[in-house]
Design a binder for this molecule. Structure first.
Ligand code: FAD
Ligand code: FES
Length: 270
């Protein structure tokens, strides 16, 4: 299958790991993804279904890669059920990655938004930075990658929050992040997760005068800047994102965290 010059590469599923009550990580081998950068995504094709974008949650020099998936519609439901040996199609990696530089950073992730935070935390530490991570979830059963993240950053740099107070700090990840920005003298905030949370973090970062980058999600069809389905304000996410910084988001504040388009292109409240 060919889309423009972008060939879909057919790969075998190596393993499928259950992460929590609704989220799985699916591993495959793909050499093109071994040189990905934190925050980049791939278009995944499940035979018989449409392609959909997925952040890379792991990639290494041997070409072992993974995506971490929550079932929403037909494609993601099929991927969650994938078995060792099943075939999937991969295009990419695509998109503007997070900026990796030595700084005092705070990473805030919720749900599958934790996926790009794993490679990002590793890259920031390799760059010599100071890294704190907030993992947020509705309740204990929704928290993702606690053990994996503990292996990357020290336990003292990892903060867990649950909306219902069943584990870690009670309350929203954004509220804890606001406190940590001052306590940890944070100069860069990176986030991926529910857009309402990311918008709060944008406002908090703007008030604190620190750098901000967020990875956004929109429906993507072509993945290469042709169809317009992934627009957020003036930004086409597949081309200018999916990671946007505060400068890029400034022109989209009527939309960011508030509105997105349904499959017919009509605006709906988030
Ligand atoms: C850059 C990027 C990275 C992404 N990374 C990941 C990732 O790492 N893991 C992951 O699980 N998902 C990720 N997504 C979201 C994923 O691509 C969508 O959930 C996709 O629509 C799934 O395809 P589908 O065929 O299962 O469902 P579709 O047929 O596309 O959607 C079915 C229905 O579910 C709704 N829906 C789909 N996704 C969501 C959602 N996230 N929130 C609320 N409603 C939704 C749709 O509006 C539609 O009504 C990412 C999206 C982008 C743009
Ligand atoms: S997905 Fe088609 S323009 Fe971005």
């Amino acid at each position: 299958m060919d889309i423009g010059s972008e060939k879909i590469r057919i790969r075998r599923v190596l393993r499928n790991v259950r992460e929590n009550r609704s989220i799985n990580t699916v591993y495959f081998k793909d050499e093109d993804c071994s040189s990905a950068k934190p925050g980049q995504f791939v278009m995944v094709w499940e035979p018989g279904f449409d392609e959909f974008p997925m952040s890379l949650s792991h990639y290494d020099e041997q070409g072992i890669c993974s995506v971490t998936v929550k079932p929403w519609g037909p494609g993601s439901n099929e991927l969650v059920r994938a078995k060792r040996g099943d075939l999937i199609g991969i295009r990419g990696p695509y998109g503007r990655p997070y900026t990796v530089e030595r700084s005092s950073s705070l990473l805030v992730g919720g749900g599958t938004g934790l996926a790009p935070m794993l490679p990002l935390a590793k890259a920031l530490l390799r760059a010599g930075g100071r890294v704190g991570v907030v993992i947020g979830g509705r309740s204990k059963a929704d928290l993702l990658f606690e053990k994996q993240m503990q292996r990357i950053v020290k336990k003292t740099n990892l903060y867990l929050t649950t909306d219902d107070g069943s584990h870690g700090h009670p309350g929203f990840a954004s509220d804890l992040a606001e406190r940590l920005i001052t306590e940890r003298k944070v100069s860069r905030l990176y986030t991926c997760g529910p857009e309402v949370m990311m918008r709060k973090l944008y406002d908090i970062s703007a008030k604190a005068g620190i750098d901000f980058e967020a990875s956004l999600e929109r429906s993507m069809k072509c993945g290469i800047g042709i169809c317009g389905s992934c627009a957020v304000g003036k930004n086409l996410l597949c081309r200018e994102g999916a990671v946007l910084d505060s400068e890029a988001l400034k022109g989209s504040l009527d939309e960011f965290g508030l509105l997105q388009r349904d499959p017919s292109g009509r605006y709906i409240r988030i």
